[in-house]
Write a protein that binds this ligand. Sequence first.
Ligand code: ADP
Ligand code: MG
Length: 231
Amino acid sequence: MSKPSRLLDQIIKSGRKLLLEPEAKTVCQDYDIPVTRFKLAKNEEEAVKYAEAIGFPVVMKIVSPDIIHKSDVGGVIVGVKAVKEVRNSYKEIMKNVAKHKADAQIVGILVQEMAPAGTEVIVGSTKDPQFGPALMFGLGGIFVEVLKDVTFRIAPITEAEACEMISEVKAYPLLKGYRNTPPADLKAIAKILTNTSKMVMDYPEIKELDLNPIIVYEKGAKTVDARIILE
Ligand code: ADP
Ligand code: MG
């Protein structure tokens, strides 16, 4: 039986362990997980062309197998609003990366649609040595990093279990909406969780998956950063 992601099949076959952001996002698309539109530019001219095709504002990011945390090395510039800024940002990212990680192999610069502000959540998967793949859910930023407000389930999960996961984090009231913040699309989050569950069940080769962050709106959600590591 053939599996849903030809790209992931190929990478597994090649023996490579780390998927680049555009690769991880393509695998997400194979599982119906919404991601920001993106194009991989190999030079400044391509970056300009792709930014115009995607439409301003765009986000530009370094793509390198040697750089896992892109913003730590000045490898992410958001809110790029015009051709001139694309050119400056391209040079700026290359300069930052050369300064912080001179020996990094550079694949290119990912030009992508800038997702509007919304509520940031994260979906992750790690492998439990005894129970296999587990899924993780939480709200982004301080909720995960400082408060460790996250919840776990062993995969596979049903839609009902995905909804349970969402409602059991302490920050859940924020997703339900408060003051000026509209309620977030809980169905869209649940669907991302169940689709991620399918992915990690189909591919036991996935050691770690991180959709961080996913920006959630009143209607719909968009994954703006994706990382997949294979065993
Ligand atoms: P890192 O490798 O540092 O985690 P990210 O791709 O997550 O890099 O980018 C850093 C931050 O920039 C994200 O947490 C998010 O807040 C913002 N960001 C990245 N991509 C986008 C995008 N397409 N639209 C809007 N914001 C983005
Ligand atoms: Mg990230």
